[in-house]
Design a protein around this ligand. Structure first.
Ligand SMILES: Nc1ncnc2c1ncn2[C@@H]1O[C@H](COP(=O)(O)OP(=O)(O)O)[C@@H](O)[C@H]1O
Ligand SMILES: [Mg+2]
Length: 246
């Protein structure tokens, strides 16, 4: 089967810092990939290149068999590559329900000044997405009033409204109290399973990585230093000393 993501010889440097050092990487449908690595290792840069936010100085990115290297983020999203951000990108002056409506309308390219949101997006679809991430009772709250964990869920729900094949989540549990991280991931992973979405998430908490990933890739200095099952990578001596600090 063709990989969902394939990169060949991806390189990018910022001044003297090599943030992506000749990365050859593949991700297949059905995988749950956790990416680990110290701050500055290049995890976000790699995501930014794959999603069209940064252009590599060298190399190619293929999504679902198509060369997306020179495409805009908007176009790549429409092909089915969704993304959520370390700091959720919400429409803060809008309600939770409206945020999902806007995202769904964007998928349909139906956002227009001349039509109301209610008339462009199927209300049942919005209700289903709200229920899927457990935000039904917050539907009418303004998104900026939500606690961080629920803002993260709304960000994921907005990405799901675009019907992605793959969702890349950059530190979905950052900024969330440690006692709430597991229930957040439980909800997110259940939602992704329901919608049959392949996932790739950046995560620092080893317990969460071990629990939710089927594959782990460890980044060191712009390179994939280890890639395998959670047990293999989390017990790798180099990864333990250089990434996990144990
Ligand atoms: N837009 C940018 N301009 C200059 N340097 C950058 C930029 N983005 C990232 N970097 C540098 O690239 C390296 C990798 O950063 P990043 O991909 O954000 O790492 P991570 O997500 O693993 O913490 C770091 O040294 C960072 O300072
Ligand atoms: Mg980062």
């Amino acid at each position: 089967m063709e990989p969902l993501i394939k990169t060949s010889n991806l390189c990018l440097a910022f001044g003297g810092v090599i943030a992506a050092d000749n990365i050859n990487f593949e991700l297949h449908a059905g995988e749950r990939l956790a990416v680990i690595g110290q701050n500055g290792a290049g995890k976000t840069t790699f995501i930014n290149i794959c999603t069209g936010y940064l252009a590599p100085s060298q190399g190619k990115v293929y999504f679902d068999g198509k060369d997306v290297t020179a495409m805009t983020p908007r176009k790549i999203v429409r092909l089915g590559l969704g993304r959520s951000f370390q700091l959720p990108q919400l429409f803060s002056e809008h309600s939770v329900r409206e945020c999902i409506q806007i995202a769904a309308a964007r998928r349909n390219k139906e956002l227009s000044w001349f039509r109301s949101l209610e008339s462009t997006v199927d209300a049942r679809e919005v209700d289903e997405t709200l229920a899927l991430v457990g935000l039904s009772s917050e539907a009418n709250e303004l998104s900026f009033e939500l606690p961080e964990g629920k803002r993260k869920l709304l960000d994921v729900a907005m990405a799901l409204a675009l019907r992605p094949k793959l969702l890349i989540m950059d530190e979905p549990t950052s900024g969330v109290a440690s006692e709430d991280k597991h229930s957040l991931m439980e909800t997110v992973m259940h939602a992704l399973d329901e919608r049959k979405v392949t996932s790739w998430f950046v995560e620092h908490d080893v317990d969460i990585v071990a629990r939710y990933a089927t594959r782990v890739a460890a980044w060191i200095a712009g390179k994939v230093a280890a890639d395998g099952t959670p047990a293999e990578v989390l017990n790798n001596p180099q990864i333990k000393s250089e990434v996990l600090g144990t």
